[in-house]
Each structure stands twice: as structure tokens, then as C-alpha cells.
Design a protein around this ligand. Structure first.
Ligand code: PLP
Length: 417
């Protein structure tokens, strides 16, 4: 085993051993071997602080929010709304009224496709996405186009997995109502030029939704600097619980749009003739929310901030460069996704071995990677492969994890020789 100093050698400012000690699951064995968790793009592991905050909430302050004058309801409401302020600060939104709780990114995108679609998208209009989107940033727009008679347009990517910005620009026109693009691709790791995308779209009067599911835990995100109209993120990738997500929307736009689901908490008044809507952001939050999830997400963001997102970003960039080298040194490997601006994802195929078999052999070594189409089948089609194997990094991964993957991939080659 490498000494701690060399494990952390890629970025001396960042103490990976201290970080690892905060994640209890990293101490478990898998098939008798120490867990090497490299499936972070699917979901990240949770620090003890997040686990403790969930237990503490249910132990000490569980009650419904926005409903009672009793102490527990006030405590629960304070913590739940306090987490919203933490999310606002994390994304540098101007107001907590712009932060809508959702279940996950998928729900955030569906919400926008429904309410923005109902208000602004008509037959003959266009919705523009890119060729590297996750299914959850494709299908809701397809459904909107079917409902409205609008047309779905797709901006192409090149062989590195980079968006072709000129072609993207050529596709933005007076009929474009909304552009929906990943800030960072889950299948390729590509970081998109989102500031340019927003500028180009706004010049034609189109709104922009950025899918920050991947970007939000790898790099600082400033929604005001980006000037995007909507930004979605998902708690379980941000080291928080499952079942909680975030939709940022510009206040003026959210004010103008109709509600998504009807029910409790989203109303101001109800009669059988007519209902009126609650103020932002509650207008978009029908029913009892995932209170514990929101509080846990707030704690997760505190945790990330205490480590420092800029430090995490630098550490992961250095680790990505190392992982890219180690994986491409394995004979027969072809990388899928070699964009110049990338984060934390190494997607690849191994000559003559199905990715599923790669994943199975590697799992026996205690190493978790993802194999399949990564909910991005059009990306697989673009690169002419049915699936890839994907190793994805997070702040607690080490060079030793990457070395273990390199050894396991050589073992895969021996098994299938
Ligand atoms: C780029 C991207 N968009 C959207 C999603 C959907 O996230 P969720 O399933 O949490 O809604 C994911 C999840 O992998 C993703 O990577």
C-alpha cells in the first residue's frame, strides 16, 4: 500500500486521506477486497455528516413543514428553508425564491418542459438540445414537441465529443424557444462552453436550461454569471441523499410560468370555482416535500464547501489526467470522449471484450465501474459502440484506486485472451 503522502501527491493542498475518513462506506470490503468506487457519475457516496443530519432530523425535529405553529413544525421548516438558502449560496442565485426543490434533475427538466412548454412553445417552434444529452434531457423535450407540434433540433458533436459550436449557432434561430444542454456530459466527461451557449441563445431570444447534474459536484457554478434561465442539479450526485433535486429559475420567468403539479402548499386559496397560487418558490412545490432530503442536501453542500470546490476541482483534474494515462496504457483500450475540456469521466471500450464483461471481471476485484449506454444511447450511436465501460472520479478517489483499475483491466485482457 502506498504511504498517504504519495496517495495525495497529485495535489498537495488537498488532503484526500482526511476526506476518505469522512466516508464510512469506503471502509467496506467487496468480494473480500477493499472497495474501489469509480461509479461516481451514477451516484456519489455520502459523508458521515450527511448520514448524521438525516438521523438527527428524524430523531429531533421531524414534523411537516409550513403547516404548524408547534415547535417541531417550526424547527423542521427552519431547517428545510435553511437548506434552500445553502443551495442558493452554492449556485450564487440572487434569491431563495429562485430555488425550487424537485426529486432530482429529471423532475426539474420535466417541470420546465411542462410549464415553459405550456406558456411559450407552439406548433412550428423549435427546441434545441445537443447530441451528448442524457435521456432525461432528451425525452421530456420529445414529449413536449409531440404535445405542441414543435420541432426538436440536435446540435452535433465531433469525434472528441466536443460540441460543434458553429453548427450549434447555425441551429439557433427566431423559432428557437429553448435550448437545453448539459453543462457536463455524463457519458463523455465533456464540459460544454455554456457561457457561449447562453450568449448565442439569448441573442435570438431563446431561453436556456443547463443540465448541471454532473457539473455541480465537480466545479463551482455561478448561475448569475452564466446568465442561464434554468439550471438543474440532483442531490444524490452532490454527496447528498437520493430523492432531492434542485431547479434554479430566474425569478421573473418563474413568476410568469404556470404551476407544474396541483396540491397542498402550492396554493394561496382554493374554492371549487377557482384556486390561486402561492408565492415563489412554493408555487412549484405541491405536496409534502422530501424534508429530510433537503436538509441532508444542505449538509452535503456545507461539506463540499468546507473542503473547497476549487480545491476539489483541481485535485480531480490532476487525477483525471492520471486516470486517462493509466487506462489508455492498457493494450486494446480506445477512449470514448477526449474533449479538451473534461472532468472526472474516463469512458472506454476494450478491444474484443464486451463492456459488460469488463465490468463483471473488474467487480470481482472490488472495483465498481459503470458499463452500458449510460442513459445516453444517442452518444453510443454517434461513436458506433453499443456500450462503454466508464470509470468516474470523485473527491475521495486516489491514484491507488486508479492503479487498481489499471491492474484489473490487464486482468480482463488475460481472462479474455
Ligand atoms: C447529465 C445528466 N443529466 C441528468 C441525469 C439524471 O439525474 P437523475 O436521475 O438524478 O434525475 C444524470 C444522471 O446520471 C446525468 O448524468
Amino acid at each position: 500500500m502506498m504511504p498517504p503522502a504519495s496517495r495525495a501527491a497529485v495535489s498537495p493542498a488537498f488532503d484526500v486521506e482526511r476526506v476518505r475518513a469522512d466516508f464510512p462506506i469506503l471502509r467496506r470490503l467487496v468480494h473480500g477486497k477493499p472497495l474501489v468506487y469509480l461509479d461516481n457519475a451514477a451516484t456519489t457516496q455520502k459523508p458521515q455528516a450527511v448520514l448524521d443530519s438525516l438521523t438527527r432530523y428524524y430523531t429531533d425535529s421531524n414534523a411537516n413543514v409550513h403547516r404548524g405553529v408547534h415547535l417541531l413544525s417550526q424547527l423542521a421548516t427552519d431547517e428545510y428553508e435553511g437548506a434552500r438558502e445553502k443551495i442558493r449560496a452554492y449556485f450564487n442565485a440572487g434569491s431563495v425564491q429562485e430555488i425550487v426543490y424537485t426529486r432530482n434533475s429529471t423532475e426539474g427538466i420535466n417541470l420546465v418542459a411542462h410549464v415553459f412548454g405550456a406558456a411559450r412553445v407552439r406548433a412550428g417552434d423549435e427546441v434545441l438540445i445537443s447530441a451528448m444529452e442524457h435521456h432525461s434531457n432528451i425525452v421530456p423535450w420529445q414529449m413536449l414537441c409531440e404535445r405542441s407540434g414543435a420541432r426538436l433540433r440536435v446540435a452535433p458533436i465531433d469525434d472528441r465529443g466536443e460540441l460543434l459550436l458553429d453548427e450549434f449557432e447555425a441551429l439557433v434561430g427566431p423559432r428557437t424557444r429553448i435550448v437545453a444542454v448539459a453543462h457536463m456530459s455524463n457519458a463523455l466527461g465533456t464540459i460544454n462552453p455554456v457561457a457561449d451557449i447562453v450568449r448565442i441563445a439569448h441573442a435570438e431570444g431563446a431561453a436556456v436550461l443547463l443540465d448541471g447534474s454532473q457539473a455541480a459536484y465537480h466545479m463551482p457554478v455561478d448561475v448569475r454569471a452564466l446568465d442561464c434561465d434554468f439550471y438543474v442539479a440532483t442531490g444524490h450526485k452532490l454527496y447528498g441523499p437520493t430523492g432531492i433535486g434542485v431547479l434554479y429559475g430566474k425569478k421573473a420567468l418563474l413568476e410568469e410560468l404556470p404551476p407544474f403539479m396541483g396540491g397542498g402548499d402550492m396554493i394561496r386559496s382554493v374554492t371549487f370555482e377557482r384556486s390561486t397560487w402561492n408565492e415563489l418558490p412554493h408555487k412549484f412545490e405541491a405536496g409534502t416535500p422530501d424534508i429530510a432530503g433537503a436538509i441532508g442536501l444542505g449538509t452535503a453542500l456545507d461539506y463540499i464547501t468546507s473542503i473547497g470546490l476549487a480545491e476539489i476541482c483541481q485535485y480531480e483534474q490532476e487525477l483525471l489526467a492520471y486516470a486517462t494515462q493509466v487506462v489508455s496504457d492498457v493494450p486494446g483500450v480506445q477512449l470514448i470522449g477526449t474533449a479538451r475540456r473534461k472532468a472526472s469521466v474516463v469512458s472506454f471500450v476494450l478491444d474484443g471484450v464486451h463492456p459488460h464483461d469488463v465490468g463483471t471481471v473488474v467487480d470481482r476485484e472490488g472495483i465498481a465501474i459503470r458499463t452500458g449506454h449510460h442513459c445516453a444511447q444517442p452518444v453510443m450511436d454517434r461513436f458506433g459502440v453499443p456500450a462503454t465501460a466508464r470509470a468516474s472520479l470523485a473527491m475521495y478517489n486516489t491514484r491507488e484506486d486508479v492503479d487498481a483499475l489499471g491492474r484489473a483491466l490487464r486482468r480482463v485482457r488475460e481472462v479474455f485472451a
